[in-house]
Design a protein around this ligand. Structure first.
Ligand SMILES: Cc1cc2nc3c(=O)[nH]c(=O)nc-3n(C[C@H](O)[C@H](O)[C@H](O)COP(=O)(O)OP(=O)(O)OC[C@H]3O[C@@H](n4cnc5c(N)ncnc54)[C@H](O)[C@@H]3O)c2cc1C
Length: 377
C-alpha cells in the first residue's frame, strides 16, 4: 500500500466511524460538530497542508487533495470547515504572514482554533472591490467598522482574515487584509440558520463595531489585500474542486449500491438500461473531474498561480458534483427525496459549491478573459 493509499484509508476510517453515522442528524438539527473537532485535530486533518513546524501534518497537494476528497464524501460541512481553515486561512498566513503571525495563529488553527476568511459583504459578493468595511489607522492601532456575510468558521473560530479599506489620515490606501481575533471587543459573529445545505457548518454574519487591533495585524501589505485574497482563492478553489470530486464519487458509490439492492419489475433496478445510463453518466463526471484535479495538482507544482487550471477544475468539479448528486436522487426514486438516505443532503450540500469561492459565472468569466484577453465582468 502506498503512503497516499494509507492516508486515504486512515481518513476514510475516521469518517466512517466519527462522521458518516451522525451526518444526517447534524443536518436535521443544524448542529455544529464541536465534539468531532478534537479528533480531526488529532488525526492531523485540521492542519493537513500546514508544515509540521507550525503543528500541521505537512502534506503536499497530493495528500491534501485526498483529505479533501474523503471529507467531501463523508460530510461537506467538514470539508468546508477544513478547506477554509487550511486552504484559505492557513495557506495565506504561510504565504503572506510574518514569522510572529505564523507562530501566533497556525498552531492553534491545527488544534481546532479555526481560522476564517472574511471577504464577502452584503453589498460586495462577486465584486469584492465594492466592500465598505473600513479600518482607520489610530495611532499604532487600526479600528475596524463594517460587516461581513456568509463567513465560514466566522463565529465559532478563533481568528478571521478581515478584508477592509485601510484609511490613513483620511486617505483610502486600498483593500487590506487584517488578522482579527474573534474574541476582540466589538467583533460579533451571528450564526446563519436555515441554509439549504452545509447545515452543520458555521456560516456567520460578522459585525465589526470599533474593533481595535494592533498595527502589526496587517497580513501582507497595506493596500495589498486583493493580492492576498486572490492567492487565498487559488488555494480554496483547489480544496473545493477536490472536495467536490469526493462528493460526486460518494454519490456514485451509494447509487450503485442502492441500484443493486432495490428491486422493481422482478429484479434489481441496476439491470435496467436507463438506470445504468444514470450511473454511467455519473462515472464519466467523476473521472473527468478527478482528471482535472490531477492536472491542477501538476500545474500547481510548476506554476505559483495556475489560474486557468484552477478555474477550470473549480467550475467543472463543482458543477459535476451537483449533476452527480441530482442523478443519485433520481436513482433512489422517492427514497432519494427523504432523509433516510444521504443523497438528498448531498445534493443540498453540493449546491453551494457552484456559488462560493467565485460562482460558476465568475469562473466562466475568468476562463474567458484568459482565452480572449478581454474582461467581460
Ligand atoms: C454557505 C456559504 C459559505 C460561504 N463562505 C464564505 C467565506 O468563508 N468567506 C467569504 O468571504 N465568503 C463566503 N461565502 C460567500 C460567497 O463567496 C458569495 O456568496 C459568492 O461569492 C457570491 O456572492 P453573492 O452571494 O453576493 O452573489 P452576487 O455576486 O450578488 O451574484 C448573484 C448572481 O449574479 C451573478 N453575477 C454577478 N456578477 C456577474 C457578472 N459580472 N457577470 C455574470 N454574472 C454575474 C453570479 O454568478 C450569481 O449568479 C459563502 C457563501 C455561502 C452560501
Amino acid at each position: 500500500m502506498s503512503e497516499l493509499d494509507t492516508l486515504r484509508s486512515t481518513v476514510r476510517d475516521f469518517c466512517d466511524r466519527e462522521i458518516r453515522p451522525t451526518a444526517q442528524q447534524r443536518d436535521r438539527d443544524e448542529s455544529y460538530p464541536a465534539d468531532i473537532i478534537p479528533g480531526l485535530a488529532e488525526l492531523g486533518v485540521l492542519g493537513a497542508a500546514i508544515p509540521e513546524e507550525y503543528g500541521g501534518a505537512g502534506l503536499d497537494d497530493h495528500g491534501y487533495r485526498i483529505v479533501m476528497e474523503e471529507l467531501g464524501g463523508a460530510d461537506s460541512s467538514f470539508r468546508s470547515m477544513v478547506s477554509v481553515n487550511v486552504g484559505l486561512f492557513g495557506k495565506s498566513l504561510l504565504r503572506w504572514g510574518t514569522e510572529e503571525q505564523k507562530q501566533q495563529w497556525l498552531p492553534g488553527a491545527c488544534r481546532g482554533e479555526l481560522g476564517a476568511f472574511g471577504l464577502t459583504e452584503p453589498g460586495a459578493g462577486s465584486n469584492p472591490s465594492e466592500m465598505r468595511t473600513r479600518a482607520v489607522r489610530d495611532g499604532d492601532d487600526w479600528v475596524l467598522d463594517g460587516s461581513k456575510i456568509f463567513i465560514t468558521n466566522g463565529s465559532k473560530g478563533a481568528v478571521t482574515m478581515v478584508f477592509a479599506r485601510a484609511v490613513v489620515d483620511g486617505d483610502d490606501q486600498g483593500i487590506t487584509c487584517f488578522l482579527v481575533p474573534q474574541d476582540a471587543d466589538g467583533y460579533t459573529g451571528h450564526q446563519i440558520h436555515g441554509k439549504l445545505g452545509l447545515r452543520a457548518g458555521d456560516t456567520a454574519e460578522i459585525v465589526l463595531e470599533g474593533v481595535r487591533i494592533p498595527g502589526d495585524s496587517v497580513l501582507g501589505e497595506v493596500g495589498g489585500g486583493m493580492k492576498v485574497a486572490l492567492s487565498a482563492l487559488d488555494n480554496g478553489r483547489f480544496s473545493l474542486a477536490a472536495g467536490a470530486v469526493g462528493l460526486a464519487r460518494e454519490a456514485l458509490e451509494v447509487s450503485v449500491r442502492y441500484a443493486s439492492e432495490r428491486e422493481q419489475f422482478g429484479g434489481p433496478i441496476a439491470n435496467k438500461q436507463l438506470v445504468q445510463e444514470l450511473l454511467a453518466a455519473m462515472h464519466v463526471d467523476v473521472e473527468a473531474a478527478s482528471a482535472l484535479v490531477d492536472r491542477l495538482v501538476e500545474a500547481r507544482a510548476n506554476n505559483p498561480r495556475p489560474t486557468l487550471e484552477t478555474s477550470t477544475a473549480k467550475l467543472f468539479c463543482t458543477e459535476a458534483s451537483v449533476r452527480c448528486c441530482d442523478r443519485a436522487v433520481q436513482v433512489h426514486g422517492g427514497y432519494g427525496y427523504i432523509d433516510e438516505y444521504p443523497v438528498q443532503r448531498m445534493l443540498r450540500d453540493a449546491r453551494v459549491t457552484t456559488l462560493y469561492e467565485g460562482t460558476s459565472q465568475v469562473q466562466h468569466l475568468i476562463i474567458g478573459r484568459i482565452l480572449t484577453g478581454k474582461n467581460a465582468f
